[in-house]
Design a binder for this molecule. Structure first.
Ligand SMILES: Cc1cc2nc3c(=O)[nH]c(=O)nc-3n(C[C@H](O)[C@H](O)[C@H](O)COP(=O)(O)O)c2cc1C
Ligand SMILES: Nc1ncnc2c1ncn2[C@@H]1O[C@H](COP(=O)(O)OP(=O)(O)OP(=O)(O)O)[C@@H](O)[C@H]1O
Length: 312
C-alpha cells in the first residue's frame, strides 16, 4: 500500500495517480462499519478496473474545530490505522493533514480539489458521511458536487443490537470497561501496546509477579479494575490477569495509576520488552484490602476466573 500525505493546498499532481475507487472517512478503530465501507471501495475498484484507495484525516477534526470533546486519544492511532487498512488490501492511503484552513474549504472545493483532482472515479462513503466547511456536504448533495466526474456508492448503516456501530460508541465501551463486547463492533478485541518497566518489585514476594506496562498516552485506557487479558511478548501470546489501578492496599496516591499483568506460566525477565495487551473480560473493581493475605486470596480468585473465561 502506498501512503501519501496531503496538505492544504493540495501538494500532488493528478497525473501521478491512477484512476481510483476511494473510501472517505476518519475511520478511528477501522471497525466493522468502516470495514464495510473500505471493502466496498475495493470491490468497486475490482469491478471497474480502478485502484482502491482510502482517504483519512489527521489529527482528529475535533482537535482543530474547537469541539467540547477533543479526541486526543484514539482506538487506533495513525500507525495502527495504516496497518489495518493495509491488511484490508487497499492500494493507496491518503492522509490529509487536518488544519483549520483545510476545514474551511467549501464542500464543492473539497470535492474538486481532493476528489476530482485526485483522479477519483468512484467514491464510497457511509450514509452519514459529511464533508466541507461545517460538514455541510452530505451524501444527498454529493451527486450535485460530483459534477458527473465520478460515480459513488452510499453504504447503509451497519448496526449491532439495533444501534449504529461507530467510533464514538466503541470509545464509550472502552471507557466503561465493556471490552468483552468489542469484537461485535470492532471485529477484534481492543489492543494497546506498551513497554515493560520496573515496578515496586512487591509482586514476586506475594506469589504474583507482574509485568508493569507503561502504556502509550495516545490510546484510550480501559477504566480502573481487574481484567482477563492476553499479552503478546515477541511473537507469542500469553494469558494473564491485569490490574489497572493505584494499588490502594499499599499506596495512598490514587492518581498514580499503573497497568500490570500477572502472566500465567511465565518466568522470564522481560524488562524493556515491547508488549501488546489484548483486553478481554472485565472481572471486578480494584479494592483496598485490609492485608496482603486478603489481596492474595482475591488475586488467586481473579486468576481462576480468567482461566475459566479463556477455557469457555
Ligand atoms: C490480578 C490482580 C489484581 C489486583 N487487584 C488489586 C486490588 O484490588 N487492590 C490493590 O491494592 N492491588 C491490586 N493488585 C496490585 C497488587 O497490589 C500489586 O500487583 C502488587 O502490589 C505488586 O506491585 P508491583 O509489581 O508494583 O511490585 C492486583 C494485581 C493483580 C495482578
Ligand atoms: N456503522 C456504519 N455503517 C455504515 N457506514 C459507516 C458506519 N460507521 C461509519 N461509517 C462510514 O465510514 C466512514 C468513516 O466514518 P467515521 O470515521 O465518521 O466513523 P464513525 O464510526 O461514524 O465515527 P463517529 O462515531 O466519530 O461519528 C464514513 O463514510 C461513515 O459514513
Amino acid at each position: 500500500m502506498e501512503v501519501i500525505k496531503l496538505e492544504f493546498p493540495i501538494n500532488i499532481d493528478k497525473n501521478e495517480i491512477p484512476p481510483l475507487s476511494m473510501a472517505l472517512g476518519y475511520f478511528d478503530g477501522v471497525h466493522l462499519g468502516h470495514q464495510k465501507v473500505i471493502l466496498e471501495a475495493k470491490k468497486q475498484a475490482n469491478q471497474k478496473g480502478l485502484r482502491s484507495a482510502v482517504m483519512t484525516f489527521d489529527p482528529h477534526p475535533s482537535i482543530v474545530l474547537g469541539k467540547n470533546e477533543k479526541h486526543v486519544q484514539y482506538i487506533t492511532p495513525l500507525a495502527d490505522k495504516i496497518k489495518i487498512i493495509e491488511e484490508l488490501g487497499i492500494d493507496y492511503l491518503f492522509i490529509v493533514h487536518f488544519t483549520s484552513e483545510f476545514a474551511n474549504l467549501l464542500p464543492q472545493e473539497f470535492i474538486d480539489q481532493y476528489v476530482i483532482d485526485l483522479n477519483v472515479k468512484h467514491v464510497v462513503a457511509g450514509f452519514d458521511f459529511s464533508y466541507g466547511r461545517m460538514g455541510k456536504g452530505t451524501m444527498e448533495i454529493l451527486p450535485f458536487h460530483s459534477r458527473e466526474k465520478f460515480t459513488f456508492t452510499i453504504v447503509d448503516k451497519f448496526t449491532s443490537g439495533d444501534e449504529k456501530v461507530s467510533s464514538t460508541r466503541i470509545r464509550q465501551y472502552i471507557k466503561n470497561g465493556k471490552t468483552a463486547e468489542l469484537p461485535e463492533l470492532l471485529g477484534r478485541f481492543y489492543k494497546t501496546p506498551g513497554i515493560v518497566v520496573h515496578g515496586d518489585k512487591r509482586g514476586r514476594t506475594i506469589g504474583f509477579p507482574t509485568a508493569n506496562v507503561d502504556t502509550k498516552n495516545e490510546y484510550i485506557t480501559p477504566p480502573l479494575g481487574v481484567y482477563a487479558v492476553k499479552i503478546k511478548i515477541g511473537e507469542d501470546w500469553y494469558e494473564g490477569v491485569c490490574n489497572v489501578g493505584s494499588k490502594p492496599t499499599f499506596n495512598n496516591d490514587a492518581l498514580k495509576v499503573s497497568v500490570e499483568v500477572h502472566i500465567f506460566n511465565f518466568q522470564k525477565d522481560i524488562y524493556g520488552a515491547e508488549v501488546t495487551i489484548e483486553w478481554h473480560q472485565y472481572l471486578r473493581k480494584e479494592q483496598k484490602f485490609s492485608g496482603i493475605q486478603e489481596l492474595v486470596t482475591q488475586i488467586e480468585k481473579d486468576k481462576q476466573n480468567a482461566i475459566k473465561y479463556f477455557n469457555k
